[in-house]
Design a protein around this ligand. Sequence first.
Ligand code: ZN
Length: 406
Amino acid sequence: MCKSVNENRRNFLTKGVAASIALAAGENILAASASSSASNANINSITNTENSAVASAIQNNKNIPCKGYAAFDESGILKPWKFDRRAVGVDDILIEIKATSICHSDIHTELGHWGKQIYPQVPGHEIVGVVIAVGSNVKNFKVGDRAGVGCMVDNNDIKTAGVEEQYSPNTIFTYGSPYKKEPTGISQGGYSDYFVVNSHFAVHIPNELSWDEAAPLMCAGITTYSPIIKYMKKGQKVAIIGIGGLGHLGIKIAIAKGADVVAFTTTESKLKDIKAWGAKGVFVRSADDLAKYKAQFDFALSTVPYEYEIAPYIALVKPFGNFTIVGMPVDFSQKLPTLLLSSTKVNVNASLIGGMKETQEMADFCAKSGVRPNIQKITAAEINQAWKDIVAKKARYRVVIDPKSF
Ligand code: ZN
């Protein structure tokens, strides 16, 4: 173990890794300068001086100075924060963020609903932008590429991570994971202006997708796409439960994959949108509203991020069908009706995002098939209000933050 650490250190010092970064950085400084002038033309709030600081950090292999919004405690209030990300390593790319969106998981995490957190912590795991620097080992990205990052950023043993990296015990998730490489000791998420990531955990964003449309796909898109392609066949009847950020993309992806979709919502005003997307909408006031759809669906996808009375929804699925939970409640708990499960053999399972290969496939599929999220654009100063609106079910349907406002 010691030998290998020493060997790595020696390699780093003697085999020219630092030199090759500097070489890569040379090209990247040009890219960063070009990018900064383009940004200025777009009334960018990132000043020339700050872009120069990033360019200088790349050039000198130093930590990347970033601006973002962070939680400092469990209050759910985010405040501006300046922090450093690690210097661009040999396997890393540096992304100038062009859009970053809000997932309900950000809110649950920072409020401590899923366990104690280390603060300050920058949330956000729906991140897209332009690659402005690449490490010397990176083969899959070059400066100027459009890149996206979702819920994973690294793995401590990438060779064993497989194609569904999200289930590897060594995966580092995008924010709040203990992460020695980062100066703050934890991974810091995407509510910020720049991002450093192991290039394995980035995907290419097709040109057909605008930045604002691409960001929500990085978590909400893949989280719904993965179980839909696993459990649903063309022509089948699919129930989507809960029509927020995840649910609305679930409807669009399932329809694009050839399903007959019925969407169940407790917000009557969403029915018009649901119809416009090509699905039938059902306004649910009580379990009685669900009874007439009993045992009609081959597959149901539950996106509700809270504990709820799940039994009448599981009853929507035909015997031996599948019911997948992707909305994660407080403390991760739902009460399951075991008698119903034993008498129908409905397979209730839960699913976590998707692997990197599948995430690329999802981005390409959405680009080609016309699947786009409905978004609302905000500035960083509006994040705290946006979080309240999302909890109050007022968002329509994914809130995207303009990174120029950090
Ligand atoms: Zn998410």
